[in-house]
Design a protein around this ligand. Structure first.
Ligand code: NDP
Length: 324
């Protein structure tokens, strides 16, 4: 077991964590970023990014994250291929965390940028058929459904983007939504409704995923009409669940304040959690905006506040020493 010490320990390597690292490194805090199970975060499972400022042409999510990581390393960040399994923040600074590798990480400040992950419906067959026709990421798995009939479940931006993306692989894409209107942005809705390869089924909930994982995988979905309760079956070989995300905050339960949905609570307009020296940035504390650029912005804020926290701490220490 090795103990890695740093002034700034960052958990998570999406836009929030890496932006915090870039600012933290440039401020001399020699940050350590523990990357987690999905290095680079959610952008590594998207393709086209058209709304990250600074790029006139369409860029790729994984490429953007590689660039951010390279920049963070270039200015002095240490990247760790490890996943934090335990944190100890009750005693205040320095904060301790344990990695899956057995290594320990100690930071004078802790920046939590663990992000969020896809939600599942919890319907029968969903887990059993996961990877055998059921997926939560069209951009990761869409390729496997080339020429097949696929469904996307949900009505937000993610669902619509996934349906549009899947038309690269399939000529028969159906969006299934539990209500009769989408919450996705109008521009995306316009693209969806105009697309010749996409149909929409309104007012239907997915009650069950049908098929045998050992014999061909998913064959269809059992649907229930949200208004009448009538049951029906929809044949398809691929189903993409796109119903939103849940924050990755399991590690912090009972240790930091969080809301009813598990998002970390921060002081409004700041990345400060209820424990001094612990900061949260990106999707882990943002259920409203959830954009790469807002995550990067709050990552920057976390680093600036971390720097102020450490400066105050060091000033208090010098004062105490001078008084002795
Ligand atoms: P959202 O929370 O916006 O949408 C989730 C969708 O799933 C809703 O339509 C919801 O239905 C439906 N849903 C939720 N639970 C269930 C369930 N149990 N059964 C059936 N349907 C369900 O999540 P998104 O992931 O789409 O988007 C999250 C955020 O990220 C948003 O702020 C979005 O704007 C943003 N985003 C932005 C993108 C971009 O700018 N390019 C791309 C992707 C996301 P209902 O409407 O009935 O509640």
């Amino acid at each position: 077991m090795t103990t890695h010490t740093t002034r700034m320990l960052i958990i998570g390597s999406g836009p929030a964590g890496l932006s915090a690292a870039i600012y933290g490194a440039r401020a001399g805090m020699q940050p350590i970023v523990v990357q987690g199970l999905q290095p680079g975060g959610q952008l590594t499972i998207t393709t086209d990014v058209e709304n990250y400022p600074g790029f006139r042409d369409v860029i790729q999510g994984p490429w953007l994250m590689q660039e951010m990581e390279a920049q963070a390393v270039h200015v002095g960040t240490r990247m760790m291929w490890d996943t934090i399994t335990e944190v100890d923040i009750a005693g205040g600074t320095p904060f301790r965390a344990k990695g899956d590798s057995g290594d320990e990480y100690v930071g004078d400040v802790l920046v939590i940028a663990t992000g969020a992950q896809a939600k599942w419906l919890g319907a029968p067959g969903e887990e059993r058929l996961s990877g055998k026709g059921v997926s939560a990421c069209a951009t990761c798995d869409g390729f496997f459904y080339r020429g097949k009939k696929v469904a996307v479940i949900g009505g937000g931006n993610t669902a619509v983007e996934e349906a549009l993306y899947l038309t690269n692989h399939s000529d028969d894409v159906t969006l299934i939504h539990r209500r009769d209107e989408l919450r996705a942005e109008k521009i995306l809705q316009d693209r969806l409704f105009a697309h010749p390869k996409i149909s929409v089924i309104w007012n239907k909930r997915v009650e069950e995923f049908l098929g045998d994982p050992l014999d061909g995988g998913l064959t269809g979905l059992k649907l229930v009409d949200s208004l009448t309760g009538a049951e029906s079956e929809f044949d398809c070989e691929g189903a993409f669940v796109a119903i939103g995300h849940a924050p990755a905050t399991e590690l912090f339960k009972g240790k930091l304040e969080m809301d009813a949905n598990g998002y970390l609570i921060v002081e409004p307009g700041t990345p400060k959690t209820n424990v001094p020296g612990v900061f949260a940035c990106g999707d882990v504390s943002d259920h409203i905006y959830r954009q790469a650029v807002t995550a990067a912005g709050t990552g920057c804020m976390a680093a600036l506040d971390a720097e102020r926290f450490l400066a105050t701490l060091e000033f208090a220490k010098h004062e105490a020493e001078a008084a002795e």
